[in-house]
Design a binder for this molecule. Structure first.
Ligand code: MEV
Length: 428
């Protein structure tokens, strides 16, 4: 029998009441475990209230490391990039790669376009030509319907780009849509787009047009950015440069040929991308979903990066969609997101797209370089060593000794545990 009591009106309970309910229903009445929750409460009441109000039923804060990767040169400008990520090697890799490319011209980036998309999905069983006539007649009124909502955005140079009627009946019987394109300048634009779409749907519907839903699309294949690095093949590696450059290229070809590898390859790219997207208070789920759809745009899931070796020159680039904002959403409300944007020199959304794409390209460069030379575990386990030592409850002095001990040895959990025991017994 289920012994967990039903919590009714849970969201209205106080934080203490919620925690008490968790203790009696899920934590074996062990109230000591709740000290973990309270140790992450901010002493500053206003700051805690701010976090409590981001979502419902907040009982504590989940803290991730906030790191920075210096020495990035993007289009000739120096950046220190903020990254929020728990994976030990990501920031170290970003910093190394930034330094590596900083004396080879740095990263070159370009915005391809910044078009956002929203759709009114509806069902219509009547004559298609009558629908087209209705759409063409009413189209100016659809723009009128959003006049108020778009005033400020238009002042900033944005607004609705176009409203199109799309026949989707080949994919689903009776299914049509209004496909609306937007320019949202420095905001990610989710609320703006959804408000416009609902107003458009209201103005458009009639008795034989059944609106199912109106919502932005997180697939924005025309909101894309490209970041690139290039150098002479001979500058890439200290030894056997041509051999290793070829292996690097083969790694990319494998990611383009095989989905299991492609997913891991792109996951490594997202290590860099998500970390900056999170640090700047942007929606990493939207970015993830859109990036993976883009990676499948040919009908086959492939690499987001590409590489070319021609006439002794190595060129490596990424192209992906990034719907980001530097105003609105969490960007100003979350103190750390605001700090990140200050650190980046208060970039426009276009500039942030270029920084984020660079972080993704840098991660992929680091991963492929490691994978095709020393193997990934060499660097990964070195970085993970500290985590293993923390897990084993080594103190700072013991950590220092064991890090020095493993400098020229292979790190594994078992090897570290054995060495730690030996250290404690004075037999290392
Ligand atoms: C680990 O988080 C990311 C990598 O697996 C990426 C890759 O294999 O390209 C190292």
């Amino acid at each position: 029998m289920d012994l967990i009591s039903t919590a009714s009106g849970f969201s209205k309970w106080s934080k203490d009441e919620k925690i008490q309910w968790l203790v009696s229903n899920h934590l074996n009445n062990d109230s000591a475990s709740t000290a973990t929750l309270s140790q992450y409460w901010y002493e500053d009441k206003a700051l805690q209230k701010l976090h409590d109000e981001f979502t419902e039923n907040t009982i504590s804060n989940f803290v991730l490391p906030y790191s920075v990767a210096p020495n990035f040169i993007i289009n000739g400008k120096k950046y220190t990039i903020p990254m929020v990520i728990e994976e030990s090697s990501v920031v170290a890799a970003a910093s190394l790669v930034a330094k590596f490319w900083s004396n080879k011209g740095g990263f070159k980036t370009t915005i391809i376009d910044t078009e956002k998309i929203g759709q009114v999905h509806f069902m219509y069983q009547g004559d298609k030509s009558a629908l087209i006539t209705h759409f063409e007649t009413i189209k100016p009124r659809l723009f009128d319907a959003v006049d108020d909502i778009t005033t400020n955005m238009r002042k900033r140079g944005g607004g609705i780009r176009e409203i199109e009627l799309r026949d989707k009946t080949n994919d689903l019987a009776n299914y049509y849509q209004l496909h609306v394109t937007f320019e949202t300048i420095d905001s990610m634009g989710a609320n703006f787009i959804n408000s416009c779409l609902e107003a458009i749907a209201n103005a458009f519907k009639k008795e034989d047009i059944h609106v199912v839903m109106s919502i932005l699309s997180n697939y924005v294949p025309n909101c894309t950015v490209r970041a690139e690095v290039s150098c002479k093949v001979s500058e890439l590696y200290e030894k056997d440069a041509e051999h290793y450059a070829l292996k690097f290229k083969q790694a990319l070809e494998i990611a383009n040929a095989e989905v299991h590898r492609a997913v891991t390859h792109n996951k490594g790219i997202m290590n860099g991308i998500d970390a900056v997207v999170l640090a700047t208070g942007n929606d990493f789920r939207a970015v993830e979903a859109g990036a993976h759809a883009y990676a499948s745009r040919t009908g086959r899931y492939q690499s987001l990066t590409n590489c070319e070796i021609k006439d002794g020159l190595f060129k490596f680039w990424i192209e992906l969609p990034l719907a980001l904002g530097t105003v609105g959403g969490l960007t100003k409300i979350h103190p750390m997101a605001k700090f990140s944007l200050d650190l980046l020199g208060r970039p426009s959304a276009r500039e942030l797209m270029q920084i984020v794409a660079t972080a993704g390209l840098a991660q992929n460069f680091a991963a492929l370089r490691a994978l095709t030379t020393t193997g990934i575990q060499h660097g990964h386990m070195k970085m993970h060593l500290k985590n293993i030592l923390t897990q084993l409850q080594a103190d700072d002095a013991q950590k220092e000794q064991l890090i020095a001990y493993f400098k020229d040895k292979t790190v594994s959990h078992a090897a570290v545990a054995t060495a730690f025991e030996a250290l404690k017994n004075n037999s290392l």
